[in-house]
Design a protein around this ligand. Structure first.
Ligand code: BES
Ligand code: ZN
Length: 637
């Protein structure tokens, strides 16, 4: 079906909302857009900075453009050239989180469609919020330093001056040099490595697919690569990068599933466009479970659980290749188009491997996470489409809402529109229509209506679409979903029953329980059991101790289980504060460390603050800032 992305505006269907413009960028991206970026960096391990230059190729979107305004944050600028001529530039006052507008006056004004090249020579500084510089002691071997970036949502501007908005997509080429014999990886395809002598090498990369700035990523350190089991006849391949000591474990865990997941996602959407799909397993301080950097997913090592119980994180990051990296959101208000759709596809991929019941169980776990977040969130951030204020930090609105409300909304539409037989072809058409562009929620909805109107059962399906409570789903607040969506409970029933038995045993008689109670549970079922337990009144500390003794949760190597156990334990009193503090000091993933520090702070505020301050340097700058905020302490950037 042909469908122009401009359909929305020309059809008169809906007028552009003020939230269509990204309010988290200072760039004048509606006047001029970046088409290509050339990066030339040197990794300076001594000073902990990247230094070099970037060359932006820009195109005017209208007549009379006489300046280019870029985002920048904590950059040390040396010079700016337009078409190889030095020009004057100015840096605006720093606006908290947004950084400083870099204003570049053009020697002559541009007309629509005209191109210009701007070269900026600069270096990052030690205040950079995107880069984590690790000491050798923070790596597996303890021998070499390590560097990695995390640019989403708006930290790319602290690595390079750019139009730091998901509305703009550019291709890039990079040349990055590093000494000390250390490897450099970027979020593109490796084109070559030049030996410069003395342990110094230059790594040449290219990203031929247009990507938003937040997908620009770098990692460097002692790293090895291994290809996974790949499939015949595909024009892409998968593999992993890890520190040498982690390779065997990581390889074993993901060698079979990764290429199959990409293939399954292709069957459900469209062909994989990025050529390479590698996973880089980072040190423990990485603040997310995974980050979908193009060609090179970054992942926390905690997903290497040994029993493949957390491969869904990889299915999730793979899914971003279509939702987020393929179809992008036009501003962070529409972030749910990235994460909701990705979560929806992630669960369809898992369904192929583990079946529909497993998919239903993932929705059950997700729902609990959503309700937990909705309980503590400001109503503004309970909405699926978040109305960010000008210059507001999108990291503030980060929660399970875009993920779970989003995925549940799509599940609701799937069920409303006749199930997967109808919804998968629709999803393919959605991808075909918008791949490579950045869109708003209105554009998504217009296409949905347009698609189903032309369906063979169009009349009936359009009628059903008309009955969906659009306003509640997209803009509603409240403690739960606006429709009480039910999931098949075949796999959760036993977990709920066991939790109910423990709830009843709160008077102290635990003689009816045995180690074998959870023996046949998958780790997701154990999570469901602990999640359910958490919904009851606080358990007495004695009962928690019995639970721990019997099932050994305090020693689990599975961080998803550890998180739930310490949540239950910390709510019951200070007894588990010390072991929770010991557990949290190497959990860089914010999903794990933030709730545990928050609860620890409620139980034993002194221990919480002391533990954090002693280990603050372990955490990535983004996590460090968020935990400091949660605990109400100050910490150096
Ligand atoms: N893109 C996100 C991570 C992210 C979001 C970083 C917003 C910065 C700002 C990534 O794809 C993600 O969702 N990670 C999840 C994985 C999980 C849902 C399987 C995570 O880290 O928990
Ligand atoms: Zn995601």
């Amino acid at each position: 079906m042909s469908f122009s992305p401009h359909f929305t505006k020309s059809s008169g269907g809906s007028s552009p909302s003020p939230f269509d413009r990204d309010l988290a960028t200072l760039a004048n991206y509606t006047e001029v857009v970046t088409r290509n970026i050339k990066i030339d960096w040197e990794v300076d391990w001594d000073q902990k900075i990247l230094s070099g230059n970037v060359e932006l190729g820009l195109e005017a979107k209208k007549d009379g453009v006489d300046q280019v305004i870029l985002d920048s944050s904590y950059l040390d600028l040396k010079s700016v050239q337009v078409e190889a001529q030095d020009v004057e530039y100015s840096l605006g006052d720093r606006i908290d989180v947004m950084g400083q507008a870099l204003k570049i006056k053009l020697p002559k004004s541009m007309s629509k469609g005209e191109n210009v090249t701007i070269k900026i020579t600069y270096s990052t500084t030690t205040s950079c919020t995107a880069l984590g510089w690790l000491e050798p002691s923070q790596t597996k071997s303890g021998k070499h330093p390590y560097l990695y970036s995390q640019a989403q949502a708006i930290h790319a501007r602290s690595m390079l001056p750019c139009q730091d908005t998901p509305a703009v997509k550019a291709t890039y080429q990079a040349k990055v040099r590093s000494g000390r014999g250390l490897e450099v990886l970027l979020s593109g395809q490796r084109k070559g490595v030049n030996d410069l002598g003395d342990g110094k090498r230059e790594f040449v990369y290219e990203q031929p697919v247009g990507i938003p700035s937040y997908l620009i990523a770098i990692a460097a350190g002692e790293l090895n690569h291994k290809s996974f089991d790949n499939l015949e006849g595909r024009n892409w391949s998968t593999g992993c990068w890890t520190e040498p000591l982690l390779m065997d474990k990581a390889y074993k865990e993901f060698r079979e599933d990764t290429a199959n997941f990409v293939k399954t996602a292709e069957d459900l959407t469209s062909s994989y466009k990025f050529g390479t799909y590698d996973i880089l397993f980072l040190p423990e301080s990485f603040p997310y479970g995974g980050m979908e950097n193009s060609c090179l997913t970054f992942a926390t090592p905690t997903i290497i659980a040994g029993d493949k119980s957390q491969v869904d994180v990889v299915a999730h990051e793979i899914s971003h290749s279509w939702f987020g990296n393929g179809i992008g959101c036009a501003s962070w208000c529409h972030f749910w188009l990235n994460e909701g759709w990705t979560t929806y596809l992630e669960r369809l991929i898992m369904r192929e491997t583990h079946g529909e019941l497993d998919r239903q169980l993932s929705y059950t776990v997700g729902r609990r996470g959503l309700v937990g977040d909705l309980e503590r969130l400001n109503p503004r951030f309970q909405k699926l489409v978040i109305e960010y204020k000008e210059h507001e930090d999108p990291d503030e609105g980060y929660s399970q809402v875009p993920y779970e409300k989003g995925a549940n909304f799509l599940l609701h539409l799937e069920r409303t529109l006749g199930g997967l037989d109808n919804f998968i072809p629709y999803m393919k058409d959605y991808v075909r229509t918008f791949e490579g562009t950045s869109i708003t929620t209105d554009q998504w909805r217009e296409h949905l209506f347009h698609y189903f109107k032309q369906h063979k059962d169009g009349e009936e399906l359009t009628r059903r679409l008309g009955k969906v409570d659009w306003d509640e789903w997209l803009h509603g607040t409240g403690p739960d979903l606006c429709v009480d969506i039910q999931y098949d409970d075949t796999l959760s029933k036993a977990c709920y029953e066991l939790a109910a038995r423990w709830d009843k045993a709160r008077d102290g008689d635990v003689s009816g329980f045995k180690e074998a109670d959870v023996k046949d549970f998958s780790s997701t079922q154990t999570v469901v059991f602990l999640d359910k337990l958490e919904t009851y009144d606080t358990l007495p500390a004695k009962v928690v101790a019995s639970l721990d003794k019997l099932y050994g949760f305090g020693f689990t190597g599975n961080a998803e289980i550890g998180l739930r156990f310490y949540e239950v334990a910390l709510k019951s009193g200070p007894e588990y504060a010390k072991s929770a503090a010991a557990w949290v000091i190497n959990k860089g993933r914010m999903k794990f460390c933030r709730p545990i520090f928050r609860l620890l702070n409620e139980q034993t505020p002194e221990l919480a603050k002391k533990t954090f301050l002693e280990h603050a340097n372990f955490f990535h700058p983004i996590a460090r800032k968020m935990i400091a905020k949660d605990l109400g302490v100050k910490v150096d950037a």
